[in-house]
Design a protein around this ligand. Sequence first.
Ligand code: ADP
Ligand code: MG
Length: 235
Amino acid sequence: TEEMIRRSEKLSVIGQLAAGVAHEIRNPLTTLRGFVQLHQTKGTLSKAYLDIMLDELDRINFIISEFLVLAKPQVTAVSDVDVRETLRALVVLLDSEAGLSGVNIETDYNTDQPYVRGEANQLKQVFLNVMKNAIEAMPGGGRLTIALGAEGADRIAVRFADTGVGMSEETLRRIGEPFFTTKEEGTGLGLMVSQQIVANHKGDLRIDSAPGAGTTVEILLPCIGQAAPSLPGEA
Ligand code: ADP
Ligand code: MG
């Protein structure tokens, strides 16, 4: 249950991911082709079919956007990112969605050094993915606590702790695999993209979770003004 998992070793999987993307896109394309054929022979498509077609097109579009984030080799548009401000903005964005499922978001921003050198939009995407997962893990309500603090002299830690369903051992083992999801509407790409982005920023993403005991996702990032530590075995 105390299993803290380091994910950086799973990251050199773009090739594997490309194969997965091709597979994930072929299924909706087959559906779309079938419906177009039906239209050719039967004449008209009902609204229900058109709705499914739109959903399938949206899904293809979403999968490709996620893939492009991953395939992008390097951090670009680097600036000094105020992580505290980023988190504040996201809490505002997600507050009503959280409220609808009875989730309270509590924050504890505890550092005078909230700056990370990096790509603002990508870091925002990581936090958004993790927060959305937390909210989705609490369909009957609960609490999401977001804590920001210093971790040693040269890193900051962002911790997202939820009181949700938690993860089975199998889920813990498999998250970060492309397209691994336990959700009916999931893509199984959120955490994989997040791990890739965090690694691009020379950070670490760790997960501590057990069934029924909630989940804590901890993201460690190098603070500004310090050289990023290079870990042994890193390319
Ligand atoms: P998705 O959200 O589309 O399923 P993710 O990569 O974001 O894809 O997450 C993969 C899986 O990890 C989820 O389907 C879920 O089983 C598990 N997971 C992620 N975050 C949490 C969490 N906070 N609590 C419980 N399970 C989680
Ligand atoms: Mg997700």
